[in-house]
Design a protein around this ligand. Structure first.
Ligand SMILES: [Zn+2]
Length: 222
């Protein structure tokens, strides 16, 4: 039986992190907790929290630590994550959030934080071609469109380019990401919890590489 996992997945937008998180979540049979998905769902539902989240996202700004921490604390408190673990995607994004996660999980820390590494120029071209279903969030791209005229294969919704995938927003986001993530990488490294893995290549290849690296890392620490 495949053991559960307690993983943080890091990587700039466009590194293929979302796709890999879904695959890892199936492999280890643990929930994929994406703060981006949670926020987008709240925006779509038009909740009070969603309205606030929308303002930050429209400006290309990051949502404040205390808001994000509150959302994740609530999610990690459910039975599914307590039993088998989780794949955290989009959290932590700052050192303050990493400290908060450490507190939340006590006494059992994460297994490891995997950093999916892809060069910036590769990321830029991937992001510019990315398309997403407005309704269910399924991912497509210019190279891999849905079967019929930008209509979602999964739910029939309209497949579009997200507003935050236009170039100026992408560049702003990548800059934010690098500035904020550098200290976070140092934070995990100091605790010997950082595992860099190349995200370049076919998604299947990357998945296999990630699972191998995670399993080897965990075997060495048992
Ligand atoms: Zn859809």
């Amino acid at each position: 039986m495949v053991p559960g996992a307690r993983l943080v997945i890091l990587g700039k937008q466009g590194a293929g992190k979302g796709t890999q998180c879904v695959r890892l979540s199936r492999h280890y049979i643990v929930p994929h907790i994406s703060t981006g998905d949670i926020f987008r769902a709240a925006v779509k539902a038009g909740t009070e929290f969603g309205e606030k989240a929308r303002e930050y996202m429209d400006d290309g700004d990051l949502i404040p630590d205390e808001v994000v921490i509150g959302v994740v604390t609530e999610r990690l408190d459910r039975d599914d994550t307590k039993n088998r673990g989780f794949i955290l995607d989009g959290f932590p994004r700052t050192v303050v959030q990493a400290d908060a996660l450490d507190e939340m999980l006590k006494p059992r820390a994460i297994d490891v934080a995997v950093n999916v590494e892809v060069p910036t120029e590769v990321v830029l071209s991937r992001l510019a071609g990315r398309r997403v279903c407005e309704d269910c969030g399924a991912n497509y791209s210019v190279e891999r469109p849905p079967k019929e005229n930008w209509t979602c294969d999964v739910c029939g919704g309209e497949v579009v380019q997200r507003e935050d995938d236009i170039e100026a927003a992408i560049e702003r986001r990548l800059k934010h990401y690098e500035e904020q993530t550098e200290p976070l990488l140092v934070w995990f490294e100091k605790r010997e919890k950082l595992l860099p893995v190349s995200g370049v290549g076919h998604p299947d290849e990357v998945t296999a590489r990630l699972i191998r690296a995670i399993d080897v890392y965990r075997e060495q620490r048992v």
